[in-house]
Design a binder for this molecule. Sequence first.
Ligand code: LLP
Length: 430
Amino acid sequence: SSTARKNEAGALEIGGVDVRDLVAEHGSPAYVLDEHDFRSRARAFRDAFAGYDVYYAGKAFLCTTVARWVAQEGLFLDVCSGGELSVALRAGVEPARIGFHGNNKTVPELRRAVEVGVGRIIVDSFAEIDRLAALVAELGRPAAVLVRVTAGVEAHTHEYIATAHEDQKFGFSISSGDAYDAVRRVQEAPGLELRGLHSHIGSQIFDTSGFEVAARRVLALHARVSDELGVQMPEMDLGGGFGIAYTTQDDPADPAQLATELTKIVEHECRAFEVPVPRLSVEPGRAIVGPSMCTVYEVGTVKQVGLDAGAVRTYVSVDGGMSDNIRTALYDADYSCTLASRRTGAVPVLGRVVGKHCEAGDIVVKDEFVPGDLAAGDLLAVPGTGAYCRSMASNYNHALRPPVVAVAAGLARVVVRRETEDDLLATDVG
Ligand code: LLP
């Protein structure tokens, strides 16, 4: 339920705010966050997965305002670093509603998580189980633990973001027996409270059969633990990874349908294994925040480049690039763009939106028909940049990371301010 629309002037309006006014006040580039859209997606997941705990995956995008919205909408929060944890705590998120992830959490990170009493820590290695066991003994405080397992599912997504096949760094393999041993290790450690298993198979997934196969394998282990160790684990997390549409060719699954399917499988398997149905949880990030943000850029240089066979491509340079959206360069991701500042009747031409960084791979939108009269000073909006864009932004070429401006009911409010040259120079103590 995006509030984005074009107004009479042909300018893009989001949350009742004309992006021309937004840029006049807050500068360009800027990430524009549609509060209504974010909150309704959060609620839609909460409602679709009624009876589950829904953890918003903060790695997709996190700031204190968003952490507060997440809490207000009744979601839990998944963090995967000390930095994300401190944003959550500063926002006032109840520690009991935070899950803490990571394949290489440091001892200080673990210590803080135990001290503040996060709701669950997802352990990822034998070494970490031992570290955590030592910490809880030292601090005299227990910790609730989920064991991250690898279900051996090939999710059909980009290799770098698929995580449930065997040859990668996350979790304990079910098939090798490590996952079972990890469960035993947690169970035997005084102070560690074994809550359940956790499986995350990857990100930007459309083919839901991967979730189903993973759920079956995780449940088989869950049942084996009940049978052989006599331990009823009360929870199970099925991870995140639900795909969103970046271009019109993508066809994402409906969360309600996915929830129904998963619940059916879990209930069926639990009946077959004669174990109680655990409390389920999921961890969507992208599917909540991805569509609720766009990036607004100002067009600078427009250049025609001749291709083979006499074709021409229009290179549209904008005032940002791979420092605010690395996904095209890194994952070959597909984005689209739209002229956001005026109406045009110009004939569309084959275009490519590129940034201002010093390399040829600095591409934001690979292939898109753009108005033939695009010119310096026009504003372009790239939709769907809410997930893994600001959160993966860099200072490459000493770029200043753009602000996040939340819009709602005709008002624009900066929730993350633009970086300044002073911010950059502050760390350069030379
Ligand atoms: N839970 C765990 C344990 C995860 O590792 C992740 C994502 C999520 C939940 C949330 O997944 P989502 O629902 O957002 O797909 N930078 C990449 C994506 C990396 C995903 C990492 N883990 C990208 O830009 O596509």
